[in-house]
Design a binder for this molecule. Structure first.
Ligand code: FE2
Length: 282
């Protein structure tokens, strides 16, 4: 499926932009289903729990529980100090995660199939394992910033194999918070893994590994893309996105896959039990 030029570009730049990978009816079906999940979510439950318990411990518990579930997570600016919603529910959700691709038929249909299996093989993913799915809403006006990070911090394997599949479900623009990355910064010293997110003693924490600075905005390039575009990128590629202060949402859907031939760290936050074993793209 990928041409030699595309493979070379991926190896050199650390990412590849594939316009039109998904057709309009496919992105529309995923967006519709995402909105249905939000509609079915009871915000009062989440909000009250936010205000009555240790927030950080609760956040850890909620994240861990979402490894084999479909959970909604609030935008930071959607709640007031008491944990009450200050925007309509439909616009309060930051993301849904993290097992829709294995639990929901609409998400599963979007997340699997020969086109993705072939692409993964072309990118060198041997017997891929798709650990996580996320809908990232990037809501109008309050869509939060995502600071510089490397996805390999969250999916450690030896060697590094995690690859991100980032689908634009809506147009991603400079105004509504498209991705930014510095081409080639996944390689050599620039690709040094800066931090690692570990599950340790029942808690989750970010461990600093290197003081290497993140790319500057002058070296980074924006990646505005139309709905239906797939951006694939290397786990060591630093990337970020700006807050969305525009009136238009920027929904994206991501999958993270590793090679089953590489050792998956038992300290990664996301582990699967025998009840929901990790699967590939088929
Ligand atoms: Fe990321």
């Amino acid at each position: 499926m990928l041409s030699t030029d595309q493979r070379t570009a991926y190896a050199e730049q650390g990412f590849l932009v594939l316009p039109g990978f998904k057709r309009p009816h496919e992105t529309a079906a995923l967006a519709r289903r995402a909105h249905e999940l939000v509609e079915a979510f009871d915000p009062a439950q989440g909000a009250s729990r936010f205000s009555t318990r240790d927030r950080s411990l609760l956040a850890d518990e909620r994240l861990l529980a979402s490894a084999e579930a479909m959970h909604c997570f609030f935008e930071e600016e959607a709640l007031d100090a008491e944990g009450r919603l200050v925007v309509p529910k439909a616009r309060s959700i930051n993301k849904i995660g993290h097992a829709m691709h294995d639990l929901d038929p609409v998400f599963s249909a979007f997340s699997k199939g020969p086109a993705l299996a072939e692409l993964a093989a072309d990118l060198g993913l041997a017997r891929p394992q798709v650990w996580q799915s996320m809908v990232i809403f990037k809501q109008p006006e309050i869509g939060g910033e995502v600071g510089w990070h490397q996805d390999a911090s969250f999916f450690e394997t030896e060697p590094v194999t995690v690859t991100t599949f980032w689908f634009a479900i809506e147009d991603a623009t400079l105004d509504n918070g498209c991705l930014w990355a510095e081409p080639g910064s996944h390689r050599g010293e620039r690709g040094t893994l800066r931090e690692r997110y570990v599950h340790d003693g029942g808690r989750l924490r970010m461990e600093r590994l290197s003081d290497r600075p993140w790319p500057g905005r002058d070296a980074a390039v924006p990646l505005p893309v139309e709905a239906g575009t797939l951006i694939v990128f290397h786990g060591l590629l630093p990337h970020c996105s700006a807050p969305n202060r525009s009136p238009r949402s920027r929904m994206a859907y991501t999958l993270h896959a590793t090679c089953s031939t590489a050792a998956y760290s038992p300290r990664n936050w996301l582990q699967r039990s025998a009840a929901l074993p990790v699967r590939g793209f088929d």
